[in-house]
Design a binder for this molecule. Sequence first.
Ligand code: ACO
Length: 351
Amino acid sequence: MIRTKILGLGSHVPDRVVTNEEIPYLDEQHVRQDTIQTETNDAWIQQRTGIKARRYVPNDGSVATSDLAALAAKKAIADAGIEPSDIDCIILGTLSPDFHFPGTAVLVQKKLGIDRTSCACFDIRQQCSAFVYGMQMADAFVRTGMYKRILLIGAELHSHSLDFTTRGRDVMVLFGDGAGAMVLGPSESDDPRTGIVYTSAHADGTGAMDLYLKIFEIQKLPYVGYNAKSREENEIIYPKMDGKRVFLNAVRGMVMSTQAALAKTGLSWDDIQWFVPHQANLRINEKVVEVAKIPPEKVLNTIEFYGNTTAATVPLTIDYWRQQGKVKRGDRILSSVFGSGFTWGAAIFTF
Ligand code: ACO
């Protein structure tokens, strides 16, 4: 039976570091002003979220989500020791696509110079859960022999769609820009404890309006409401969140999917080197670790300095800690995620 393994990994974050000290002074163009634009502060942000800084793309309009995705993808392809032309499928998770349509995967295909006809392109919309959802799709494609070199990307450009006023502070302080990518393909090994060992994907649409960004409502005519003269009426273009419901459901979903992953594979924490949770909020991850009784020394986070990069957090975190010398080839990783939808899931894989 064909099994799937990870052939390569890469990530990219923009150079600009935005600290909690700077955040209150930024205007909507990300330019530091002398006076406070948003009533927030480092102590509040760190106490509730653990975040100290995040990365933003340049504010000159030169970078799109597909650019971040392509930069991470190039590194993953090089890490796999293959050429872009070897990729026969792209699965891209993002909640910040370049356009409403076409999807961003085809834009990445073009930027990587991948052959015009022999590569399938999928955009998937599971927000913070997209990387685990995409891994499940990629695993199924490889196992059935449908595709042999799959580029799985999570990429987000959040900083352009955040509300830099006190109205949007609960969401604005959480998010950063970044991308991560993996190349997946068939494994030579039959060992069920290597490669992609396990994936699960869940959803509960009753939570859909607890975390959303509308931009438009297709049932309305005109379907995009926008009044350039009134910032208040532009509320539809910013994310909305019920933070407490997201917090509770995230802990529940990540704990349940972590415990199910271990129960269904028969693995224990002795068999797992690293726990890589989605990076929404350090306090969510601390609660998951406590409730699911995860050995704290096995937990990898990057939220303190990258913020929440949604679909990118899992590959970004693994790649960061690989570069620090912690994660090594062959290590077994358990990842659990939760996001808007609600969507959640878990994966166990050897890197
Ligand atoms: N700075 C200062 N004060 C703030 C900020 C801010 N950035 N944001 C909200 N506040 C204020 C509120 O206005 C409120 O003030 P009030 O008491 O005068 O009315 C006070 O802080 C408390 O607000 P709450 O919303 O009750 O704060 P809470 O303790 O719930 O913390 C938070 C908010 C951090 C967002 C929390 O609910 C949370 O972490 N939820 C999870 C959300 C999350 O992680 N989302 C990430 C995206 S989803 C995902 O990736 C899974």
